[in-house]
Design a protein around this ligand. Structure first.
Ligand SMILES: [Zn+2]
Length: 276
């Protein structure tokens, strides 16, 4: 299980494909699955009337999709000038090198192995292209290399797999860690409370227009699951697969392997905090 990351549990949001905000257009990749929902969202971002665009998460290595992203930008009069990655899972990053080739651009990511070109990317960076401003937000938890991108001009944040448009995400233990993930959710909540973010542009699933509500839901969901896992352990269910069978009984069995990663992350968190 290397792909991201959806477990059921949240109502649907809005836009799935096409323009989502004044500066963001989604091109949906044709890789729908239980884990990737409708497919990977490849985001084209640009300042209105500017000549250059940023692409976040080219998605899987699918020539038709990658060309569709280039064409969509060009039809709007824009040339792709930079590629950014939210994290290294293949459903987001696998097509990045080919897309860089098609567009003659660089790839920036937190993980040095995913970069093409000389520039890194880390929380706190500010990326600007033709007046478009993106503030890079550290977002470890789903994976260690996850980043989010705050687009202040649109009151939006691009969350990759940290917050999805539907369902909840997997904390991909051992790379992903629950303590980090909860800190990341609190960081995103603070963007919604203090910095005017109202829209989530997720890595999969529809756009969410109630960013704060979505993040609060994720925090409440994590707390609820954590309490369930703690209770399961107290009742004598110690192996991760046994805990999954009890705590995720409401989730389709095809998602249990993914749920087990989250359970492992939760068990580690409970142990580290002396709770089990
Ligand atoms: Zn992922």
């Amino acid at each position: 299980m290397t792909d991201a990351a959806a477990l059921p549990g949240q109502p649907r949001g809005g836009v799935l494909s096409g323009p989502a905000t004044a500066r963001a257009v989604n091109v949906l990749a044709p890789n729908a699955s239980a884990m990737t929902l409708d497919g990977t969202n490849t985001w084209i971002l640009s300042e209105p009337d500017s000549a250059r665009a940023v692409v976040i998460d080219p998605g899987p290595l699918d020539e038709g999709h990658l060309r569709n992203v280039v064409d969509t930008a060009e039809r709007a009069g824009r040339r792709v000038a930079l590629i950014l990655l939210t994290h290294g899972h293949p459903d987001h990053s696998e097509g990045a090198a080919r897309f860089a080739e098609l567009t003659g651009t660089k790839v920036r990511a937190l993980d040095p192995e995913l970069r093409l070109g000389d520039e890194g990317l880390a929380g706190g960076d500010v990326v600007t292209v033709d007046g478009l401003e993106l503030r890079v937000v550290p977002a470890p938890g789903h994976t260690a290399d996850s980043l989010a991108f705050h687009l202040p001009a649109d009151g939006a944040v691009l969350t990759g797999d940290t917050v999805l448009g539907r369902g909840t995400t997997v904390v991909a233990h051992p790379d992903g860690r629950l303590g980090d993930y909860l800190d990341t959710l609190r960081r995103l909540r603070s963007l919604t409370v203090d910095d005017g973010v109202h829209t989530i542009l997720p890595g999969h699933g529809p756009v969410l227009e109630d960013a704060q509500g979505a993040v609060e839901y994720y925090l409440a969901h994590r707390a609820h699951r954590l309490a369930q896992v703690e209770t399961a352990v107290e009742n004598g269910h110690h192996s991760p697969s046994d805990v999954v069978a009890h705590v995720y009984a409401d989730v389709d069995r095809s998602l249990w392997p993914a749920a087990e990663l989250s359970v492992r992350a939760q068990l580690e968190y409970l142990r580290e905090h002396g709770l089990i």
